[in-house]
Design a protein. Sequence first.
Length: 214
Amino acid sequence: MLGYNIPPIPADFTADQLAQHFRTHYNEVRAGMAGAMLFGCLYLPWTLSITKVMQMINRNENDVLSTLQMWGGGLTVVPLVTSSVFWLTGAFRPDVLEPRILQMLYDQGWLLIDMFYFITTIPMVAIGIAGLSDQRENPLFPRWACWYSIWAGLSFLFELLMPFFKSGLFARQGWLNFWVEFFVWFIYILLITFYVFKAIPRLEQERAEVLRSS
């Protein structure tokens, strides 16, 4: 919100219109992007918490899915933070940078954060597949949540259309590209977080029972 990225500045704005944005709101953008670079890194410990739970779903199975989750989620931090760097750069010296350079920096940020989507799709699909393979009578992740995770990750394929449109539903500010896709991702984050918190005490109980039996 501080960076004025909800929704993004329309891709069909002229360079002068976009430059005016940076020159008017530079302090808010600086604060917003500095905060995004700080808190975006928290995606990493969140990712690792999911990884540890996934490793306990089928303990004797191959750990490819949990490894994909760890690397994919960890690398998702890269576009979150790097895009913020581009926008922060635009807000650092907006009074001396040419409008076309400011336009390029803003475009570059959104192209990175949107077009790097598949590195996030991989862990989302991995979580879903791992959850569906859970042999517990009461799985750690409900089946519907697993299917949602897979569907949400694959729905990002629409991002492939973003570079070809500057207006309409497929543009970066379009209702499908932005409002639908980011809302789907936000729901996924809340959903997985909720079931990870529910899984932890169950896994601790399972571990305690194993120790008692041994």
